[in-house]
Structures are given as C-alpha cells and as structure tokens.
Write a protein that binds this ligand. Structure first.
Ligand code: VG1
Ligand code: CO
Length: 586
C-alpha cells in the first residue's frame, strides 16, 4: 500500500481531559486537526513499544455526526502507521463498553493492541456541537495519564503525518472482510456480539428472563438515540424477552435526536435531560412523583450517547447513582459474576460514601480515586494484567456519581451491565420472595440497614473560565486553615485539595478537587469539569449522612440545601461567576 507523508504543524489545545479529546465538531473537522491528533497517538504508541507493526486495531464510535468520515481517515492512517488489521463494528458503531470487550476478548491469537472510540460521550453531537476521540489500551481501558501526557507532547512537536490515501472509502454497514493486499485487512463484525458474550458470563440470563416474564413486571429502556439502541434491542428485547417497544429511541442518530427531541440532543441520562423517561416513570425533574395518565413501568433505565452511563428508576422512584453503586455491591452475592466473593470496590472521590459503609460492613477493600474511569484500571489490573507480582483486588465493582457503574469484566463503565446487574438483583429477590421486588424496595431495605447518604450535584455550566479558576484558587489557598470552625452549626473537620497516589504504580495525580469534610461526615466538594468544550463548568457536590435509625424518606435535594448555602458562602460562587442558580441539579 502506498503511504503519503503530509507535512503539518502543531495545533494548540490538543490536550485530552477527563475522558479523551473533546472539541467543537467544526474544530475537529478543520484541516489536519484529526490527523495531527491521531498521528500523535500512533507516535506515542510506537515510542511506548506497543506492537503496532502488523498488529490489530479497533476503530468505531457512538454514531455521532462526522463519525463516518473520521473513521475512514483513521483506518487509512492506521495502515500507514504499520497496523496489519483493522476491526470495526457494523455501521462504525461500538459502544464504549463494547469497545472495551472487543479489545479484551475478540480474536484469540491475534488480539488487538487498542482502539479509537470516536465519541464525545454524553456531550451533544452535530455540526454545531461536540466531537471527540478516546484511545483505549490493550487492557480495554482508557489511556492512563502517563500516556496522554506523551500524546500531548507529540501534538506540540508534530511535523508530518502518514496516510494510505489510495485506499477507497469502505462500506462498513454489514459484516465483511476487506483484503487490501500487503497483508492488510479490515474486518467488519456485528457490533453487539462480543459485548453480549462477555455479559453472558456475568449474569444468569434465564433468571432475568423469569423476572421479565413476571406478570406484574414491565420495563422501559430509553436509548436517547445514542449507540445503545442495537444493544438494547438485541439483549433486552431479543435475549431477555422484553416486550417489543420496551426499548425507546433505539435507532442511533448523528445528532442524538437534535433540538427536536425532548432532550434537545443531549443524550445524558439524568433527571434533567432524560425528559421522556423521567415523565414516563411518573417523576418530575426534581425526582418527585407526578400524576400519570398511562400505566407506569415497574423498571426504567436510560443510557448516554456512547452507552457507558446509566440511570436506574422504578415507578415514581429515582435511584441516585452513588446509591446504585452501594446497593449493587451490597447485593453482589446475587450476581453470578461475583459468586466466589467480591474482593475490591472503588468510587470516584465526589461519589458518596454509601459504598464505603457497605464495604466496611462486608470486609471488602474499598478505594477512593479521582474523577474519571482511567483511575480504576490499575486497581482492576493489579495482580492480573500488568503486575503479576502484586496483590489482586478482583473481582471488582466500581462507580461514579455521574451515572457511571461497572465491574472488571471490561475496563470501562458499562450502561448495559448496570441495567443487567439491577435486573439480576430484582430477579433473585423476586424468586425468593414470590412477589415482585422493585428498585424502591431494595433501596428502602438498604437504607434501613446502612443509613442513607443524601446527595446532590449542582452544575454551573458555561461560566467564565478565568473567573472559575480564580474561585478555585481562592479556595485552594485556604486549604487546611478551616478545621475546627463552625459553618451553619456544623464543625469543619478538614478542608483540603484531593491528591491521589495510585496504590499499584505509585503515580501521583494532584489537584483533583477541593474538599470540605465536616465532623458529622457531611461533605462539600468543588471541581472544574474536564469534559466541556467551551468556557468552564463548576461542579458542586453535596452529601449528608443520615443513620439507619434516622429520617430516611426525605427529599434528597431538600436535605442538602443547607449544605449548598454553606458551599456558596465558602466559594463566593455568586460573586465570582455571577450565577444565582445552577444549570442542572442531579
Ligand atoms: C464527567 C464526570 C466523570 C465522568 C466523565 C466521563 O467528567 O464527572 O465522572 O467519568 O464525565 O463520562 P467531568 O470532568 O466533566 O466532571 V462520559 O460518559 O462523558 O465518558
Ligand atoms: Co459516556
């Protein structure tokens, strides 16, 4: 295959954030933008001695606008970099967890060394919205920081990129293998099969089928026009026998439904954006019950654009993501994947401490990592993949407050896994009790045993970047100085800047958020988002613990309001940002 070398020059700002490089679509489409970044990734891989030469690379995405074009460019650049075989899901589609499953499990004997996920995940898609690229490694997980640091170095010194521009654009719509000569090939395969095969090893599908056919059970799964559609149809309606039509908005669209859809193309499963689902489950966007003129399903779920996020609901009941994580861990003995016992669990720092309480009671090792899935990978791989001499923490469950939950069957958060984990727990409990058990029943039972971590997150989107950085600096400068002082009748225990030392490889991540922790366990946390493409988003996380003998059925957003008032005083947020109210509360 003939390789063209194209001269280029560095483009400023090509720095991945919490999860890959995300920019406005038009910026990504501008001359050399994508090529510069992709070449920088290949240069990094070659520098790190990844077996790129003759190796297998996966390339696919969440179906968003410009994916068809970007995927063809990446394929041509991959062969120019020496790749022997490219794998694509049908239609150029692979959800983020499916990509992880493909990298880890597909093609014994010629496994892939990694993959490009063409996605900006929960960010809106379209020519006027967002585009993104994530690179996942040989273990199926996001590139660790030491690797993205090298990529950034390459973007700053890049002088040329290589491309096999004589290869024609390939039709990726159905399974087929293209032999391009010189030992190079492209294989297109069904985008669901590998992920489904892995999920079948985690769960008892027969038992879930039993729940779904229970006369009192009904469900709805809102795919929000993201990539989950084909997976949900095949797994939930196909394998598990849910009624046709249980999966909603199940055709992936390039703009996730765009401004015309109820969620304005913002495929992000939370109480604010998943408008249709939340309404169908008989709730308003505060998570409070509202009257419904249609029968309300007993179980509801939604996924984001690349299907790594999940929201879980039962009739007129919202399961907060931090609770969902703790409840899955508390009931993990009902999930076949953990039949020999769970060894480890972890949460991101802002995620509530509900998990810690369960882990302590059950004697399971529990870790607190910075925000972003890449930090869970080392813990999951310890003792298995890269560190054969180290202690192993697997099997392992982890999650984030941002509607991300998963386990070590892959190295990404997994929206479908979370839905199946809940269905599995409900199925086993229903088998045992004889009558249908719902998420609400599980939650009430859980709080009575462990107490309840009332929780909310306020997002202030699109604020001035310099101003929000000034605000963070002001709070950072006060770190360590407020212990013992009273705020709203509560005594401050510590105020610090979260820093993480990876227990497996010792790498240090500084400046991962500002924490105010009170003596009664209440927490206030501030972070700046690392997934936005314009301005800044301030995230404020609020948490208050109520013991098992306390008042367990209050409204979460009300309970944390006094904490919000203290947070605004500590941060002077209104003065710095000019914002009176958050854009989104979840
Ligand atoms: C957000 C969430 C974080 C999540 C990340 C990627 O990051 O807070 O928990 O891992 O999105 O999710 P940030 O930096 O904006 O707070 V996804 O579904 O967009 O890959
Ligand atoms: Co996502």
């Amino acid at each position: 295959l003939s390789v063209s070398t194209v001269p280029t020059a560095p483009i400023a700002g090509q720095k991945p954030g919490t999860s890959g490089l995300r920019k406005k679509t038009k910026e990504f489409m501008s001359a050399n933008y994508l090529a510069n970044y992709v070449q920088s990734v290949f240069n990094t891989l070659i520098e790190m001695k990844t077996p790129v030469q003759g190796g297998t690379l996966v390339v696919s995405g969440d179906g968003r606008f410009w994916n068809p074009e970007a995927i063809q460019i990446i394929i041509k650049m991959a062969f120019a970099a020496g790749v022997g075989r490219v794998w694509c899901g049908t239609g150029g589609l692979l959800s983020t967890p499916a990509m992880s499953a493909v990298i880890r499990a597909r093609g014994k004997g010629f496994e892939s060394f990694g993959g490009f996920i063409c996605s900006a995940s929960h960010n809106p898609g379209g020519i006027n919205d967002d585009y993104g690229i994530k690179y996942n490694c040989e273990n199926g997980g996001p590139s660790p920081e030491k690797m993205t640091d090298l990529m950034v170095e390459w973007t700053a010194k890049i002088a040329e990129y290589k491309i096999c521009d004589k290869i024609p654009d390939l039709d990726l719509s159905k399974p087929i293998t293209y032999d391009l000569g010189d030992g190079k090939s492209v294989e297109v395969f069904d985008c669901v099969e590998d992920h489904l095969a892995v999920l079948k090893t985690c769960f008892d599908f027969d038992s879930i089928r039993g729940l779904i056919s229970h006369p009192d059970f009904s469900m709805t799964y809102d795919c929000m026009s993201g990539v989950q559609g084909p997976y949900a149809i095949k797994i939930v309606e196909g394998e598990l026998g849910a009624a046709a039509g249980s999966c909603k908005n199940a055709v992936p669209l390039p703009d996730f439904g765009g401004p015309e859809s109820a969620w304005h193309g913002h495929a992000d499963p939370n109480l604010t954006y998943a408008v249709e689902l939340v309404r169908d489950m008989g709730l308003n966007k505060e998570g409070l019950p509202i009257a419904s003129d249609k029968p309300i399903p007993k179980f509801g779920a939604a996924a984001d654009g690349d299907a790594d996020r999940n929201m879980i609901l039962s009739s007129q009941f919202f399961v907060s993501p931090s609770d969902s994580l703790a409840m899955i861990v508390a009931n993990s003995d009902l999930i076949p994947q953990f039949k020999d016992g769970l060894k480890g669990c972890a949460r991101s720092m802002p995620t509530s401490g509900a998990l810690d309480i369960v882990a302590k009671k059950k004697g399971i090792e529990c870790f607190e990592v910075p925000t972003g899935w890449k930090f869970f990978g080392n813990l999951m791989d310890s003792g298995t993949h890269y560190f054969p001499d180290k202690k192993t923490y697997t099997p392992f469950i982890c999650g984030e407050e941002s509607f991300g939950t998963g386990a070590d069957h892959v190295r990404e958060k997994d929206g479908m896994w979370a839905v199946l984990a809940w269905l599995q727990i409900l199925a086993k409990k229903t088998e045992k009790s004889g009558k249908l058990v719902t998420c609400e029943d599980v939650a009430n039972e859980h709080w009575k045993e462990y107490g309840r971590n009332y929780y909310a997150r306020y997002d202030y989107e699109g604020v001035d970047k310099a101003k929000s950085e000034e605000m963070m600096k002001m709070m950072s400068d006060k770190a360590g100085s407020l212990a013992g002082q009273e705020f709203g009748g509560m005594k401050m225990k510590t105020n610090d800047i979260f820093e993480y030392v990876d227990p497996v490889d010792g790498s240090v991540s500084k400046n991962q958020g500002i924490r105010y922790i009170f003596e009664d366990g209440s927490r206030i946390i501030f972070r700046l988002s690392g997934t936005g493409v314009a301005g800044a988003t301030v995230r404020l996380y609020l948490e208050k613990y109520e013991a098992a003998d306390g008042s367990l059925n209050q409204h979460q957003f009300e309970v944390v309001k006094p904490l919000a008032a203290i947070a605004l005083e500590l941060s002077q947020l209104q003065t710095y940002t000019g914002r009176e109210t958050p854009t989104v509360i979840t």
